[in-house]
Design a protein around this ligand. Structure first.
Ligand SMILES: C[S@@+](CC[C@H](N)C(=O)[O-])C[C@H]1O[C@@H](n2cnc3c(N)ncnc32)[C@H](O)[C@@H]1O
Length: 235
């Protein structure tokens, strides 16, 4: 997303610098939001609903799931739905504050018929607050907002403010995958992620065997940028 189009939204106690709304939703997308979003949304993430920030009971949300995975900033939901369809035994949670992206995801969920997904239609930081410690076995960060200006680098996800809460919710040995097309993002990830309790396992131009290309990856490729894939492991 272009930096000019970013709104700053002051939530009760956190600044969110991304966009929450984009172009007008299609009628079908309004229907998905009104009919499906409440059922698929995790209860107890927002501060009004859960002021004491009690941990969520993921086993109750996903009866019978073998483990739980997390995607941060799922955009249009291509990767999230692909993973849910590929791994029906896993309970997968996606966080995304951009309502147009959430609406796109809901359309894809209907088309794919997957039932092992839950959504937080908001900031991943609010979700991480209430995920139990060590509850997540894999996390995905695909094409995070690049924040190219140096003075904005502290807004990137790969900063300790985001990585320490992520490390808390990941189980020891959990995998954390990052895909990006921004060389300076790779630099910052390699520098910052290990400080939060991860080791770098692999990086390079080859995606994971179960990868599916996302909208932002397609945009990067069209514009001549080169994808880079990093795999970290929680210590
Ligand atoms: C560049 S887009 C990439 C979208 C998608 N992952 C893809 O690869 O096409 C980055 C996304 O991260 C989302 N995002 C930014 N900050 C976030 C946060 N704190 N929690 C959850 N999502 C966030 C944005 O709304 C945006 O949709």
């Amino acid at each position: 997303m272009s930096e000019d189009s970013q709104d700053q939204v002051q939530t009760e106690w956190r600044n969110f610098y991304g966009r929450r709304h984009g172009k007008t939703l299609r009628d079908s997308q309004r229907v998905y939001l009104s009919e499906d979003l409440a059922t698929l949304s995790l209860q107890g993430v927002d501060r009004e609903e859960n002021p004491e920030r009690l941990p969520l009971d993921l086993a109750e949300v996903f009866g019978g799931a073998r483990e739980f995975w997390l995607e941060i900033g799922f955009g249009g939901g291509e990767h999230l739905v692909h993973m849910a369809a590929s791994y029906p035994e896993i309970g997968i949670i996606g966080a995304e504050p951009f309502v147009n992206g959430v609406a796109m995801l809901l359309g894809k969920i209907r088309a794919a018929g997957v039932t092992n997904l839950a959504i937080h239609p908001g900031d991943a930081r609010d979700l991480m607050d209430v995920l139990p410690e060590g509850s997540v076995a894999k996390a995905f960060l695909n094409y995070p907002d690049p924040w190219p200006k140096r003075r904005h680098h502290r807004r990137r996800f790969v900063t300790q403010d985001h990585l320490v809460p992520l490390a808390r919710v990941l189980a020891p040995g959990a995998e954390f995958r990052i895909a990006t097309d921004i060389p300076d993002y790779v630099r910052q990830a390699v520098q910052e992620v290990p400080k939060a309790g991860f080791e770098l396992v692999a990086q390079g131009g080859e995606p994971w065997a179960d990868w599916i290309s996302t909208r932002y990856e397609q945009k990067a490729l069209r514009e001549g940028r080169v994808p880079h894939y990093l795999t970290f492991r929680r210590r």
